[in-house]
Ligand binder design. Structure first.
Ligand code: FAD
Length: 391
C-alpha cells in the first residue's frame, strides 16, 4: 500500500485545471489534490476575442473554480505569496477559509501560474488603451467598440513574446468584421503594429506568410518590427523604437509579459526570465517540482522558445499528472511530451484557419496552415463547449 500523498497545483488556469482533474480522476481518495488560485473563477481566455465583439458575455466564458470541489479537489482561493521549491512549501494569503495566511506542504508541486501582464513596462500604455488579454480590458474594449463611430483603430503587440501568438491577428480580423457589420468600414482604418518581425514566427515562414496575407487581405494595415517605446495617452500617439510614430482614436493592446512575481522571488526562473523545465517531463531542477504552461521557457533548436499557448499547457498538464500518478501508484508507463500543437485562427465571418504541427521538430518546427473555412470556426466552437463542460 502506498502512503497518502499531497499534490499541490499552483494556478487554476488551463494547465492547473487539467492537471488537477486528471490527477483526481485517477488517484484514490486518500491522496489529496489541492488547487490554489487567487481568482474565484476560471476564464476560458480564447473566447475573450468573441467577448470583444459582443458574441460572448463574461458569464458565458467563466466557471467557478470551487465547482471542482464536487470532484474531490480541494480548491483554495488566495494569493500565493511565497514558494519554497526546496521544501515544496507554499504560503497563501487571504485563503477562502477566512485565514489571512496559510502554509501548504506538498509531496508534489505543479507550478502553472501563467504569465504576469506588465503594461507598466511601457510608459503611458496602461492609460492609453484597452488590454484585451484581461477580462476587464476586453470588456472596456467591447464598450468602446460599441460607441465607436469611425476613425483609426490600432492594435498593438507591445513586446515580441506573448501568449497565443495568433490572438492579436485574430482580434484585428474580428474587429474588422465587427466594423463591417456596423457599416463603418468606409470611415474606419484598422492598423496592427507588431513588435515581432511577422505573425507566428516560430511556426515557420509559410504559416507566417499565410496569416499575414489573411490580415492584409482583410484590408488591415500591418506594420511588423514596430517596438513601442512610449504612448502619449492624451495626444493619442504611439512612438516606436525605429523612430516612427502613429496616432490612434482607439487602441487595443497586448501588454509585455513576465513570470509572476512569486515565481521570480522563489528563484525558479533562469536568465530567460521563465522557469526552465525538461521539455518532455516538465521536471524543474528541484525534486518533486514541475512547471507547465506559460510560466515555462522551453528553448527550441531554432533559437526561439516554444510559444506560450493553452494547447501546450493542457498537454503538459496531462503528462505531468500521469507521471505523478505513476510515481505514487507504481502503475502505468512514463509519459513524455512530443511538442505537437494546433491553433485555430479566427478570421471573422464565421470562418477560421487552422495550424497544426510538431514544434519540437529539428532543426525547425514543422507546422502546416490549413486554408480558411467554416469547419475550423465550428471546430473552435466545439472546443470551447467541451472545455467549459469540464466544470
Ligand atoms: C485573448 C487570448 C486568446 C487566447 N487564445 C488561445 C487559443 O486559441 N489557443 C491556445 O492554445 N491558447 C490561447 N490563449 C493562451 C492561453 O490562454 C494560455 O496559454 C493558457 O491559459 C496558459 O495556461 P497556464 O495554465 O500556463 O496559465 P493561465 O491559464 O494563465 O493560469 C495561470 C493562473 O495562475 C493564477 N495566478 C497567477 N499568479 C498567482 C498568484 N500569485 N497567486 C494565486 N494565483 C495566481 C492566475 O489567476 C491564473 O488563473 C489565449 C490567450 C488569450 C489572452
Amino acid at each position: 500500500m502506498n502512503e497518502a500523498k499531497t499534490v499541490v497545483i499552483l494556478g487554476g488556469g488551463v494547465g492547473g485545471v487539467v492537471a488537477a482533474t486528471t490527477l483526481r480522476k485517477q488517484l484514490s481518495a486518500k491522496h489529496r489534490v489541492v488547487l490554489v488560485d487567487r481568482e474565484p473563477d476560471h476564464l476560458f481566455a480564447p473566447s475573450l476575442l468573441w467577448l470583444i465583439t459582443g458574441q460572448r458575455t463574461a458569464h458565458q466564458i467563466s466557471r467557478p473554480l470551487d465547482r471542482l470541489t464536487k470532484k474531490g479537489i480541494e480548491v483554495v482561493c488566495g494569493d500565493i505569496d511565497r514558494i519554497d521549491p526546496n521544501t515544496r512549501q507554499v504560503s497563501v494569503e487571504r485563503s477562502s477559509t477566512g485565514e489571512t495566511s496559510r502554509d501548504i506542504e506538498a509531496d508534489y508541486l505543479v507550478v502553472s501560474l501563467g504569465a504576469e501582464l506588465a503594461p507598466d513596462a511601457i510608459p503611458g500604455l496602461a492609460g492609453a488603451g484597452h488590454s484585451f488579454y484581461t477580462l476587464a480590458g476586453a470588456e472596456t474594449l467591447r464598450d468602446a467598440l460599441r460607441s465607436f463611430d469611425g476613425g483609426r483603430i490600432v492594435l498593438l503587440t507591445a513586446a515580441p513574446a506573448y501568449k497565443c501568438p495568433a490572438a492579436p491577428y485574430e482580434a484585428a480580423m474580428l474587429i474588422n468584421d465587427h466594423i463591417a457589420k456596423r457599416k463603418l468600414t468606409g470611415r474606419t482604418q484598422i492598423d496592427l503594429y507588431a513588435a515581432e518581425p511577422g505573425p507566428l514566427g516560430v511556426a515557420g515562414p509559410d504559416v507566417s506568410a499565410g496569416v499575414r496575407s489573411m490580415v492584409e487581405g482583410a484590408g488591415i494595415g500591418y506594420h511588423p518590427e514596430h517596438q513601442v517605446v512610449s504612448v502619449h495617452p492624451t495626444e493619442r500617439v504611439l512612438t516606436f523604437a525605429n523612430g516612427a510614430t502613429a496616432d490612434f482614436d482607439l487602441l487595443a493592446y497586448v501588454p509585455p509579459h513576465r513570470a509572476p512575481r512569486v515565481v521570480r522571488d522563489a528563484g525558479l526562473v533562469d536568465d530567460s526570465g521563465w522557469i526552465p523545465a525538461n521539455r518532455n517531463t516538465f521536471h524543474t531542477r528541484f525534486p518533486g517540482v514541475y512547471a507547465i504552461g506559460d510560466v515555462t521557457g522551453i528553448p527550441l533548436k531554432m533559437g526561439k522558445p516554444l510559444p506560450k499557448a493553452g494547447v501546450f499547457a493542457e498537454r503538459e498538464a496531462k503528462v505531468v499528472a500521469h507521471n505523478i500518478i505513476r510515481d505514487i501508484t507504481g502503475e502505468g508507463e512514463t509519459e513524455s511530451s512530443d511538442g505537437h500543437g494546433e491553433c485555430f485562427v479566427e478570421t471573422g465571418g464565421g470562418k477560421a484557419g487552422f495550424g497544426r504541427g510538431n514544434f519540437y521538430a529539428e532543426p525547425t518546427p514543422q507546422v502546416a496552415l490549413h486554408p480558411v473555412g467554416r469547419r475550423w470556426h465550428i471546430g473552435k466552437l466545439l472546443f470551447e463547449k467541451n472545455w467549459l463542460r469540464r466544470f
